[in-house]
Design a protein around this ligand. Structure first.
Ligand code: HGY
Ligand code: MN
Ligand code: MN
Ligand code: MN
Length: 405
């Protein structure tokens, strides 16, 4: 008997918040306290969905009602998380998709098109550094060779991580996407638009362009005690001034919604208390409303970092590791879904999603957002009221009935 939304959530959410080893990846590419991937396969099987795992770590449960044919309607999201992330970002879309299929069946609706529920791999790029790795591999916007060059923080190759999880790595464009006519992703809102408008469900208009840039600061290791301040070439100082410059530069943005710049990850070599570091590697996450502004923001931060490095006698090298272009979701699809509800706002988001990858690859895509009372995300504090989650399931079921009948 398929579990209800509440039962599925009770099983999955605490696992998602458990924060294994300072982070919780919840996905085949990494060890997980409880294999959420295995949980997803169980839930698909409990519903008689045909489970398909592609060679990129993605898994899809297909509901192919008797006689269903034609372009499939794909829904779902991701099960992986940022380090110590919340329970809703990703899993809410997967659990809601399974619950929406249950609701369609309860309503006696038999879709004439196949409906797929996807669990895309490594959407956060938490382990291999590339956002939406699974969906990018599936659509072919990241090549198998690029993926093979990826290493996690311990130097583990992607294919070895997949094999260790019992997945057959056959990296490259997934043929199953060819049968997909449109993709609809339900996601907890990562912001406060819906709560400020007092609305439970909304839609996405677009995703801001954004990227992840590796800043390598190199200096001169030395003794923390016997080295005079004037004699140091300290990469931590150059990093700190660059981080300050990034914050200032983002605040200077002329755009209404403002730019975003975050250094959230840092590696220090050799990471000793009593030694001036030899190197500092920092990762910048930058986001703007336009690609032109994003390029300008990153260039300005890099320039100020280089100027500071010249002053400190250190060096800086910047590498773009993951760049996501601006996304406009399918307006017809979004308009059809907006018409299924009342006063459903259509809002832009600065958070990236697999739906953005599929949209850029030419698959008509749309997103449903569920109200997040605080707007907080990428934090254990991320939350959504069950009533709003169930409103999201209703909205998703209505949308699937509209699109797959
Ligand atoms: O980082 C993001 O925007 C998304 O949560 N992957
Ligand atoms: Mn996220
Ligand atoms: Mn997400
Ligand atoms: Mn010593």
């Amino acid at each position: 008997m398929p579990e209800s939304f509440e039962q599925m959530w009770a099983a999955l959410a605490p696992v998602g918040r458990s924060g294994v080893g300072g982070g919780y990846f919840r996905q085949p590419f990494a060890s997980a306290e409880r294999e959420c991937h295995a949980w997803f396969v169980e839930q698909c099987a409990a519903r008689g969905l045909r489970v398909q795992s592609d060679g990129n770590g993605n898994t899809v449960g297909w509901w192919e009602h008797a006689g269903a044919s034609g372009p499939a309607v794909l829904t779902g999201s991701h099960l992986d998380s940022v380090l110590d992330g919340g329970a809703y970002d990703g899993p809410l879309g997967v659990v809601s998709a399974l619950a929406a299929i249950d609701l369609l069946r309860e309503r006696g609706i038999h879709p004439t098109r196949p409906i797929g529920v996807a669990a895309f791999a490594e959407e956060e790029g938490s382990r291999f550094g590339l956002a939406c790795l699974g969906s990018r591999l599936a659509v072919g916007s990241v090549s198998a060779d690029q993926a093979r060059a990826l290493r996690d923080r311990d130097g583990v190759r992607l294919e070895d991580a997949m094999s260790a999880q019992g997945l057959e790595p056959v990296l490259g464009r997934s043929d199953w996407l060819g049968d997909v006519g449109c993709y609809l992703e339900l996601h907890v809102e990562q912001g406060r638009d819906l709560v400020d408008r007092d609305v439970a469900v909304g839609l996405a208009s677009s995703i801001w362009p954004h990227g992840r840039y590796r800043f390598d600061f190199d200096g001169e290791a030395n003794h923390a005690g016997s080295t005079a301040m004037a004699d140091r070439h300290d990469p931590m100082l150059t990093f700190a001034m660059t981080a300050l410059a990034a914050n200032k530069q983002a605040r200077l943005s002329a755009s209404a919604a403002g730019a975003r710049a975050t250094f959230g990850r840092l590696d220090v070599g050799p990471n000793s208390t009593n030694a001036v570091p030899s190197s500092v590697t920092a990762w910048l996450d930058a986001r703007c409303e336009t690609e032109e502004e994003l390029a300008g923001l990153v260039a300005a931060i890099e320039r100020q970092g280089l100027d500071r490095a010249a002053r400190d006698g250190t060096t800086l090298a910047v590498t773009a590791e993951s760049v996501s272009p601006a996304v406009l979701f399918d307006t017809d699809l979004t308009r059809r879904l907006a018409a299924l509800g009342t006063d459903r706002p259509v809002i832009a988001t600065a958070a990236g999603h697999d739906a953005g990858v599929l949209a850029v690859a030419g698959i008509p895509s749309a997103m449903l957002f569920v109200r997040n009372p605080t707007g907080v995300s990428h934090s254990p504090a991320e939350f959504a009221e069950t009533a709003d989650c169930l409103a999201g399931v209703e909205a998703l079921a209505d949308a699937l009935a509209e699109l797959a009948s």
